[in-house]
Structures are given as structure tokens and as C-alpha cells.
Design a protein around this ligand. Structure first.
Ligand SMILES: Nc1ncnc2c1ncn2[C@@H]1O[C@H](COP(=O)(O)OP(=O)(O)OP(=O)(O)O)[C@@H](O)[C@H]1O
Length: 504
């Protein structure tokens, strides 16, 4: 088949890092190609080169046979390339239509013709099956719908090449399915789609073929997904065999550590009660909006608790804000770690130590030796790809930033209960098992771990016990021998109609 998009010998270096090394591959029109690799393998760098954000040091891009070198996003858009980045780039205060047509508003007598603008955009959205009112402000839309609007840009600009960088990382199962249908339509319309994701199931569902990167080099180009297995892809990505990514093993559990009775608040009006034992890993499973994050925020004092009681090791504890929670030994590592956590312009080392340093330096003096050891330890344990601990965190790949922020919480001292919301979002398969090992290590020390996850295999793979939430209430409890996908999903789905909706 004639190649439509061609990369030839693309190399790109940053100080201390060779992000891409002589990368070459090509894709014919009407194909969805998966781009896989560990955190820091070079996927986003390639996409940023395609989108005009970075220029390659060497190499060439050809689109429909024509050599292209993009020096700006505008130039790349003009050549028919649309890139949807991990961080969405819509302006929240503008309407959907304004965002999509930014800089190209229809006008009459020098004045923006809003009626025409809304009509034009409405027609395109309808045509591609994205159900959203073009007059609505982006700030009022869910993350999932925002993602669709970003992708709709590709249709507005009539792009021939579309790159999607981890588009489903914040989407519910239903929203992801809508996105997959949109990608199917774009493929049928003859577009080339580069699809970056760490979710292998998704790649098997969606892609015609895939390209695997490791340390900036191409290690495999599969023209088809037929006959490929997860194991093969994981080996190519990580460079080693991973037999059992979960690595769960039995543990001796202690007495009840945290007990919550009848806790409720404005975002979780139905009282919730549960207990977790010392050294236990308790999974909370549920669909997006089930109330898991709301419950954890109540426990942590991030949201106001209206009623109910918390006990730690049998003693009542008063947690009205996160500071009191941490003092009581309860720590929450939030879901949106990037937005909540990154100290921009600061080194990896500082980002790891910013919270735990108060334990090393009671008199207010920083303990540089201890901070350096802590940073080096976590860089090693979680395999953070960085030239050194002095690197500015903004220069790390998305997944590696996630690992650094997670390290900050893991490094906290005096923890009794550690709540972690979506611990491995955006993290590659190899590093996932490193994170699970750290969690087992904490549990073996007697710390209770509460894991909130919407990835069913993950929550089943690492938990000793699972509580399922749905519609703001705890609907079921399963011990490890009774875990089954069907039972967990049945307890997580509000009713049959939703089950059918989600499986469409
Ligand atoms: N602006 C920059 N300055 C310095 N180094 C950078 C910069 N951008 C990327 N890098 C480095 O280049 C390498 C490749 O990063 P890239 O973001 O392409 O990885 P990725 O495969 O997209 O990872 P992830 O799965 O975590 O998103 C990483 O080592 C990263 O730290």
C-alpha cells in the first residue's frame, strides 16, 4: 500500500536525553496505528514533532509524498495534521464553536456572524456524531466531552492525519466507546490516525497495526494486529518478560486499623460504613461517578463530613481537614495528581521531598543528604526516566511525572492508612508492577492501603478484598477467592439499561 504519512530517520535530543533515535516508519491512508512504549520512550516527542511543537534535529516527515518541516502548530494544521495532546488545549471560557473555529470566525460587515458560526460548527458536529451544543461554554462540559470536541477539530480542519495522545485516560467506559466510534468513522473516511495508549485492550480493539518504541528507537512495526498477543507487545516494550504483572502474595493481616461508620457529606449524602485492617489492601471499584473519590475525600477531610465517625486503631479521630488527617496517619494520593501536585520549575528531588522533608528537619533546616537519598531511592524503585534527580520535573514525560508525584506520597512518614486514587493512570505496564511492589512493601509494614481504581483487572489483581460502589453507596463486598469480573461489574452497574448502554 502507498504510504501516506512517512517518518524517515527522525532524531531529537534534549539536554542529557536522546528522546528519538533515527526513527523511520510509514503508514498508508485509512489506518489506525498504535504507538506504544514505556514512559519516556519518546511517543509524545514524536507527536509533538508532527504537531510543530518541536523540530527534529535530523530526519524528514512526508505527507502524501510531500516533504514537510513544521515550525509551528499553525503550519502543521495547515498541512492537514491535527494533534490532540494529553493536556487538552481548549479555552474554558469560550463556547465550543468559538474554540473550534478560533481565528477563523465567519464575519459580516466586519462583525463576527455568530449565527453562522454556530450553524457551521453544529453541522460538522452532527455529521461526525458528536452530540454537543456548539453554544455551550467548554468549562461546562465533562472531560470526556471536551476530549470529543478536541477531536472534532480534526473534522473542522479536514485533517488527513490525526494524532491522539492517550485520549481515554480520563474517560469513562461509555465515553471511551463513543470515542472509539468516532475513530472508526475517521478511519473509514481515509484518515491516518496515530493512537498513543498504555491500555493494550484498547489498542487491540481499535488499531490496524502498531509501532513499538523503546528508549527512542523503533523496536517493532506490526502491519497488522492479527496473531499478536499482549505478552509479545509487553516484551517488546519493556525488553523483558513480565510473567505476572500483579505479583500478589498472601500477607498476614492485623487488627482493624481504620473504621468508618455512617460517614456522609454534601457530595456523598448516603452514609457509608466500612473497615480496613492493618496490612490489608482494600480495593474500591466502581464506574466513574460511583462515589469512590467522594468517599476518600470525606475520609481525608478534603470535603466536609456532615455525620459519621472515624476510628483509628479503635480510637475516635477528628479529621476536619487534610492537615488533621495526615497527623492521624491518613494520607490521600489524589486522582488528578498532575493538576494537584506538580511543582513546576522545581527538580525531581524537590518534588519528591516537598512533603516528607518536615520529618527530616524538625528545626526547619533542610537535610540535603537525606533528601538526595530519598529521591535516588524512588527514581530507582519506580524506574523514573530522568537524566538526574536535578532535572526540572516539567521536562519529564507525562508518566514519569506521575511516578514522581506518587513517590512524594509514598515517601510520607508515619502513615497508617494510605489511600491512592487511580495509582497507575498513564503509567506503562513495566512500571505498574514496580508501583504494586511498593504498595505490597508498605502493606507488609502493616500500613493499610485503600486503592481506588476503575481498572477492573488492576483492582482484582492487587486487592485482598474489594468493596464495590454504585450511585454513591457501597453495594457489595468480595473477598479475594470470590473475585470475578461478572460479579464486580454487576454490583457496579446501576441497572440493566446502563449495562446495555456501556456494552454497546
Ligand atoms: N522539553 C524537554 N526537555 C528535556 N527532556 C525532555 C523534554 N521533553 C521530553 N523530554 C524527555 O524525552 C524523553 C521522551 O519523552 P516523551 O514525553 O516523548 O515520552 P513518552 O513516550 O510520551 O512517555 P509517557 O508514556 O510517559 O507519556 C523523556 O526522557 C523525557 O524526559
Amino acid at each position: 500500500m502507498t504510504p501516506f504519512l512517512e517518518f524517515t530517520n527522525i532524531s531529537k535530543s534534549f539536554p542529557g536525553v536522546r528522546a528519538l533515535k533515527e526513527l523511520s516508519f510509514s503508514v498508508p491512508a485509512g489506518r489506525v496505528i498504535g504507538l506504544l512504549g514505556e514512559n519516556g520512550a519518546g511517543k509524545s516527542t514524536l507527536i509533538k514533532i508532527l504537531g510543530g511543537d518541536y523540530q527534529p534535529d535530523t530526519g524528514e516527515i512526508r505527507i502524501a509524498g510531500q516533504a514537510r518541516r513544521f515550525t509551528s502548530t499553525r503550519a502543521s494544521l495547515g498541512a492537514g495534521v491535527t494533534v490532540v495532546h494529553q493536556e487538552l488545549q481548549l479555552v474554558p471560557e469560550l463556547t465550543v464553536a468559538e474554540n473550534l473555529m478560533l481565528g477563523r470566525f465567519p464575519s459580516r460587515a466586519g462583525v463576527v456572524d455568530f449565527r453562522k458560526l454556530f450553524e457551521q460548527v453544529g453541522a460538522v458536529l452532527k455529521d461526525i456524531g458528536v452530540e454537543v451544543d456548539p453554544r455551550v461554554k467548554v468549562s461546562e462540559l465533562s472531560i470526556g466531552t471536551r476530549q470529543m470536541v478536541e477531536i472534532a477539530k480534526a473534522a473542522i480542519f479536514d485533517a488527513s492525519v490525526i494524532a491522539l495522545d492517550e485520549p481515554t485516560s480520563s474517560l469513562s467506559a461509555h465515553e471511551s466507546e463513543v470515542l472509539f466510534r468516532l475513530v472508526d468513522r475517521l478511519r473509514k473516511a481515509g484518515k491516518v490516525i496515530l493512537y498513543v495508549s498504555h491500555r493494550l485492550d484498547e489498542l487491540f480493539r481499535l488499531c490496524d497495526g502498531c509501532v513499538v518504541l523503546r528508549d527512542g528507537r523503533l523496536v517493532a512495526h506490526h502491519e497488522t494486529m492479527e496473531g499478536l498477543t499482549r505478552e509479545v507487545l509487553v516484551r517488546e516494550m519493556v525488553g523483558r518478560e513480565i510473567q505476572d504483572i500483579w505479583g500478589w502474595r498472601p500477607r498476614k493481616l492485623g487488627d482493624v486499623r481504620l473504621s468508618a461508620s455512617g460517614v456522609r457529606g454534601s457530595r456523598l449524602p448516603i452514609p457509608a460504613s466500612f473497615q480496613v485492617r492493618a496490612g490489608e489492601i482494600l480495593g474500591f471499584f466502581g464506574l466513574v461517578g460511583a462515589g469512590r473519590s467522594e468517599l476518600s475525600r470525606l475520609l481525608y477531610g478534603a470535603d466536609r463530613r456532615h455525620a459519621g465517625e472515624l476510628r483509628m486503631d479503635g480510637q475516635p479521630v477528628h479529621v476536619r481537614n487534610p492537615r488533621q488527617a495526615v497527623r492521624a496517619g491518613l494520607v490521600l494520593c489524589p486522582e488528578d495528581r498532575k493538576a494537584d501536585g506538580i511543582l513546576q520549575g522545581r527538580s525531581v528531588e524537590e518534588n519528591v521531598n516537598v512533603s516528607c522533608r518536615r520529618h527530616f528537619s524538625p528545626l526547619g533546616f533542610i537535610n540535603p543528604g537525606r533528601e538526595a537519598r530519598m529521591a535516588e531511592d524512588y527514581i530507582k524503585r519506580l524506574g523514573v526516566r530522568t537524566p538526574s534527580r536535578f532535572q526540572d520535573i516539567v521536562n519529564l514525560s507525562g508518566g514519569n511525572q506521575q511516578k514522581v508525584i506518587l513517590s512524594r506520597w509514598l515517601a510520607e512518614q508515619g502513615i497508617k492508612v494510605f489511600i491512592v486514587d487511580e495509582p497507575t493512570r498513564g503509567i506503562d505496564v513495566g512500571a505498574k508492577s514496580d508501583i504494586y511492589e511498593v504498595l505490597y512493601g508498605l502493606a507488609e509494614l502493616g500500613i493499610s492501603i485503600i486503592v481506588i481504581s476503575s481498572e477492573l483487572p488492576e483492582v482484582m489483581g492487587i486487592s485482598d478484598r474489594i468493596l464495590v460502589m454504585c450511585g454513591g453507596r457501597i453495594t457489595a463486598e468480595f473477598d479475594r477467592p470470590d473475585f470475578s469480573e461478572e460479579k464486580l461489574l454487576a454490583a457496579a452497574l446501576p441497572d440493566r439499561s446502563v449495562a446495555q448502554e456501556d456494552s454497546k
